[in-house]
Write a protein that binds this ligand. Structure first.
Ligand code: ATP
Ligand code: MG
Length: 187
């Protein structure tokens, strides 16, 4: 990661204010005008450097980035970190944890094609998705078990990317997307 570039980007985000930074889609948006790429999902806001991504939670009450960081270290302890894009802690500001990650290459169509040719189906919540992308090995079995334990269960095609060695890695693994608590709350 180009740490100095990350620092410049982070300074700019804070100078503009996080809420303003997140109001993307506006042509006067400072990120839009700076030529920087940014993206957001349901939980996180992401700003892209050439080979890294800075991520923070869209809502300060959501702690998905902290969960992602903790899950990376848990994966490391179990020797499974090669299946997850590298995450490191940047800073904590205004109740939000900022993380930096290695930027992976996203190709949603290829992910879906691989899943269809593996099992004739594509279900982001199904273990088959993990086997289709990571291979059928004992290590992948441990990964499947890890993802179940850490409730990393939202493995849709934009939550996977290719690392520099062209291996599939999970890039969105804060987990807890659809866990037992949510089901209890919904019922
Ligand atoms: N490490 C990364 N490398 C490349 N692109 C990334 C990376 N992390 C995030 N992105 C891009 O930013 C998008 C949003 O990030 P992420 O999936 O982590 O957020 P989210 O809010 O948790 O998403 P979701 O809507 O799946 O819950 C991703 O779909 C992807 O396109
Ligand atoms: Mg995502």
């Amino acid at each position: 990661m180009e740490i100095q570039k990350a620092q410049v980007l982070l300074d700019k985000l804070l100078e503009e204010g996080l809420e303003s930074a997140m109001s993307s889609g506006d042509e006067n948006h400072f990120l839009f005008n700076s030529g920087l790429n940014y993206d957001s999902g349901c939980h996180k806001f992401c700003v892209f450097g050439e080979d890294f991504v800075i991520k923070f939670d869209r809502s300060a009450s959501d702690h998905n980035c902290l969960a992602e960081l903790e899950n990376y270290y848990a994966a490391k302890q179990e020797g499974l970190e090669k299946f997850f894009t590298t995450t490191c802690f940047l800073t904590e500001i205004q109740g939000r944890t900022f993380i930096a990650q290695d930027r992976a290459d996203i190709d949603e169509d290829e992910v879906e094609d691989l899943c269809y040719s593996y099992s004739g189906d594509y279900d982001p919540e199904d273990d088959e998705t993990i086997y289709a992308l990571c291979g059928c090995t004992p290590e992948t079995e441990r990964l499947v078990d890890f993802c179940q334990r850490y409730r990393i269960n939202d493995l849709h095609s934009s939550n996977w990317g290719l690392d520099p060695e062209d291996k599939y890695v999970i890039i969105d693994y804060g987990g807890h997307h659809w866990d037992d608590d949510d089901e209890e709350e919904e019922s």
